[in-house]
Design a protein around this ligand. Structure first.
Ligand SMILES: *[C@@H]1O[C@H](CO)[C@@H](O)[C@H](O)[C@H]1NC(C)=O
Ligand SMILES: *[C@@H]1O[C@H](CO)[C@@H](O)[C@H](O)[C@H]1NC(C)=O
Length: 341
């Protein structure tokens, strides 16, 4: 027997179209909470009705607007995400009046300016705060440490200045902190030794951070850590260790000065860049056991034989080792030659 698929399909389509029509014409079936809708429209107005927010039409359900997501059960707005924005001016304080917000993102909005608004302190449910590649400036506010549900803070590539608030260290659920590419100054807070999250990302590269790495970081286990291009000094050996599960460790282009001879490495380390510091001592034999994609120890004060084996000669050329006090053996000239000369 033939199954009459086509007629059934047609009927389904008609029903679907009709029911969508029915839903959009009935205001009581709008999912958006009226309070959230009011606030979103205030935000749109504060941004001067930008083209980006053209879909934010008061006649339609706010849960279907660009960048807005409502919770499936409560229908409250839980996510606001605006990327590639032509938004101009400051982040409107009304953002703080979306009490169910868990995810807030402004990304690639070069003309978004002004500070991180204090109103964000009201968003107690916030789990993800991402404001990156924008023009926001001023300091990272202290209150950020009171948003206890934060799992990820990304404030990369803005114009933020001043110190990193130590209150961030009290965020127990945090597993990602990306503050790279700003103009932050001062030291890495001591409180960062309290970070416990698994698979932790710590990106502080391309700032103007100074001072020593706090000893408390010995207990931490970051998976990805990038401190490159700052003015950090002293001993960075607390970041190393065979018990850590670090994949990426980049401390290049700082003023670090410590003995590298006895440093131990995490088994899974695949990116290691310590170039452009004042690190002394010799290269540990343990380096030959690693399988690395990035490796660079150039422009330090290292000395002695380059351990032979593993990836050290096959994957990396002399440029990974140059500019040291007296490193020798392949891929640099043999130590015997240097002693004879
Ligand atoms: C930002 O503002 C400048 C100057 O008003 C303008 O030329 C540029 O197109 C704006 N950028 C975006 C992405 O809207
Ligand atoms: C190591 O770093 C130096 C200096 O930044 C760079 O010139 C060189 O190409 C790098 N080499 C490798 C193998 O990454």
């Amino acid at each position: 027997m033939e199954i009459p698929i086509l007629p059934i399909f047609k009927l389904l389509c008609v029903t679907l179209v009709f029911s969508t029509f029915l839903r959009s014409s009935l205001s009581e079936s709008e999912l958006c909470h009226p309070q959230d809708k009011k606030v979103l429209l205030q935000i749109k107005k504060a941004f001067n009705d930008p083209h980006d927010l053209a879909s934010w039409d008061p006649e339609t359900d706010c849960c279907s607007w660009y960048g807005v997501e409502c919770h499936k059960i409560t229908n409250r707005v839980w996510s606001l995400e605006i990327n590639d924005g032509e938004l101009e001016g400051p982040i409107p304080p009304q953002v703080g009046d979306l009490p169910y917000l868990e995810f807030l993102q402004f990304k690639l909005c070069p003309n978004l300016t002004g500070p991180i608004p204090p109103a964000i302190a009201k968003l107690k449910r916030l789990r993800f705060l991402r404001i990156s590649w924008t023009g926001i400036s001023g300091q990272i506010p202290d209150f950020i440490g009171n948003l206890k549900n934060l799992q990820s803070i990304s404030l990369s590539s803005n114009r933020l200045t001043g110190p990193i608030p130590s209150s961030i260290g009290s965020l127990k659920k945090l597993t990602g902190l990306l503050l790279d590419r700003n103009k932050l100054t001062g030291p890495i807070p001591h409180s960062f030794g309290k970070f416990e999250g698994k698979e932790f990302y710590l990106y502080l590269n391309r700032n103007q951070l100074s001072g020593k790495i706090p000893a408390s970081l010995r207990e931490t286990d970051f998976s990805y850590i990038d401190l490159s291009r700052n003015m950090l000094e002293g001993d960075a050996s607390v970041l190393f260790g065979s018990k850590k599960s670090t994949w990426v460790l980049d401390i290049s282009r700082n003023l670090f000065e410590f003995d590298f001879s006895n440093v131990k490495f995490a088994e899974q380390l695949t990116n290691l860049d310590i170039s452009h510091n004042k690190i002394y001592g010799s290269l540990p034999k343990g380096l030959t056991k690693l399988s690395m994609a990035v490796f660079n120890v150039s422009y330090n004060k290292l000395c002695g034989q380059i351990p032979q084996g593993g990836d050290l000669q096959t994957r990396f050329d002399a440029s990974a080792y140059v500019g040291n006090r007296c490193l020798c053996d392949p891929p640099l000239p043999s130590c015997n030659l240097i002693m004879e000369a």
